[in-house]
Design a binder for this molecule. Structure first.
Ligand SMILES: Cc1cc2nc3c(=O)[nH]c(=O)nc-3n(C[C@H](O)[C@H](O)[C@H](O)COP(=O)(O)O)c2cc1C
Length: 194
């Protein structure tokens, strides 16, 4: 494996959702800029780049964002709220979410490479966040990505699962055991030799 491959794969496998953070260590502004640069390197349909990002880093503002979650389950120190402006997107539908998700994954991998933790949060009260951050109705709010310096280590690896792979054609007769909500706490992570 080349050094480049090793770095990329290690970073992919090391990214885990982090919910315990060092509260007295802020993410530096230059690192925030790097996260955003990585996000905006993502592919997007017809290269329309509909994403928009609101950086929330003042302690009280981050606390308000956390309070808008369905369950306040972490102590991250900053957040990037990922939105989309679809003014010039000539099709209907939620395709903007795909573009924004590519940007999110890039930011989370960049975070892992810079020894930052990250947490993708989709369960929050949209109206509360819109109100807090002054987001108008024509702007889509996707998700909140929290960041900070981690204060926990989590197992790293892949969820490689042959049952999820079909070669050449789908096989509707395959009896695949799908994960359920009850399995949330089992990450299903397997270590990989890089
Ligand atoms: C679209 C999306 C929404 C998520 N929303 C939440 C959330 O609201 N709260 C939370 O604690 N984790 C949330 N997560 C994190 C997942 O629980 C986590 O990615 C999953 O359990 C796999 O663990 P890992 O990220 O450590 O690999 C979300 C992840 C995604 C991709």
């Amino acid at each position: 494996m080349t050094d480049k491959e090793k770095h990329v794969f290690e970073t992919i496998y090391e990214r885990r959702s982090i919910r315990k953070y060092l509260e007295d260590k802020q993410v530096e502004k230059d690192k925030i800029k790097k996260l955003l640069e990585a996000g905006m390197a993502a592919p997007s349909a017809c290269n329309l780049q509909p994403w928009e990002f609101i950086v929330v880093y003042e302690k009280d503002d981050v606390a308000l964002l956390k309070a808008a979650q369905f369950s306040n389950n972490h102590n991250a120190t900053m957040a990037i709220v990922v939105c989309a402006n679809t003014k010039n997107v000539p099709w209907e539908g939620p395709n903007w979410m795909i573009d924004c998700s590519a940007a999110v994954e890039n930011m989370m991998l960049a975070a892992a490479a810079m020894e930052l933790g990250s947490l993708w949060v989709g369960a929050f009260h949209q109206d509360v966040v819109r109100n807090q951050l002054n987001i108008p109705e024509n702007i889509h709010v996707m998700n909140i990505i929290f960041f900070g310096y981690p204060n926990e280590k989590r197992p790293v690896g892949t969820r490689y699962n042959e049952e999820a792979i079909y070669w050449s054609k789908y096989d509707p007769d395959r009896q695949r055991e799908m994960r359920t909500m009850e399995m949330l706490s089992d990450p299903g992570i397997k270590a990989v030799e890089v």
